[in-house]
Design a protein around this ligand. Structure first.
Ligand code: ATP
Ligand code: DNN
Ligand code: MG
Length: 204
């Protein structure tokens, strides 16, 4: 399976924007295995609008409450089973987006990082560019490395911050693959207008 698991230092950090950007630039398929907050909005719906031609695979779990997956599932009398999180069959590159960050619980014992470990795709970490991101990014990298999850690199999302970029690359021993600036609006046109990624997905 070729692709990338888009995780982040937090919820609302820009994972869906980055996922749409890569899906569009690579002509990839998109999959959001676990979606919460569906009562308000879904990431697969957003990516479908931002990348109209993309193959959007159905989420395995969809819950209404905008909460951590383990809690959103519980409130609906459900429980996320990692063995049900089977990647879609595709010969194409697959962009997978996690819910929130790497340590987000999926059930009473399993965390998102456990799912990432099973899936085996390299991780791309989306981070904010402003104050506080160094700590959050280094902690996320630490978690991924402890599980020997390959790390493609980091995408910084927000106003350019050379000092934070340097710190993340130096202390995190990881490349900042791209810096995405604040967009006036997130639309199919502005996503398509972003500079093309200078990196490729890895895997066979
Ligand atoms: N560079 C940017 N410029 C303008 N708006 C942005 C940018 N990055 C993210 N946003 C907006 O910020 C909000 C959060 O971004 P996004 O949905 O990509 O975060 P997320 O990490 O996928 O969140 P979740 O954890 O819910 O999946 C969205 O409304 C998105 O359109
Ligand atoms: C609802 C939100 N948009 C995401 N889908 C889920 C974020 C879970 C975050 C859990 C946590 O880190 O506290
Ligand atoms: Mg998202």
């Amino acid at each position: 399976m070729r692709g990338v698991f888009v995780t982040g230092t937090d919820t609302d950090v820009g994972k869906t924007l980055v996922s749409a950007w890569l899906t569009q630039a690579w002509g990839a398929d998109y999959w959001k295995p676990v979606q919460t907050g569906a009562a308000e909005i879904t990431d697969y719906g957003t990516v479908g609008h931002l990348v109209p031609d993309a193959v959007i695979h159905p989420a395995t779990y969809v819950f209404q409450a905008p909460l951590s997956p383990h809690e959103a599932a519980r409130r609906e009398g459900a429980r996320i089973d990692l063995s049900a999180l089977v990647p879609p069959k595709t010969d194409n590159v697959l962009v997978v987006e996690g819910a929130g960050g790497a340590m987000v619980p999926l059930n009473e014992i399993a965390l998102t990082v456990d799912f990432m470990e099973r899936l085996g795709l390299p991780a791309l970490v989306v981070t904010r560019s402003n104050l506080g991101t160094i700590n959050h990014t280094l902690m996320t990298l630490e978690v991924l490395r402890r599980r020997r999850i390959p790390i493609l690199g980091v995408v910084m999302n927000g106003q350019k911050n050379p000092a934070n970029r340097q710190a993340i690359e130096h202390f995190g021993a990881v490349p900042v693959l791209a810096e995405i600036q604040p967009l006036p609006a997130v639309t199919a046109a502005t996503v398509a207008g972003l500079p093309r990624p200078t990196f490729q997905p890895i895997g066979e």
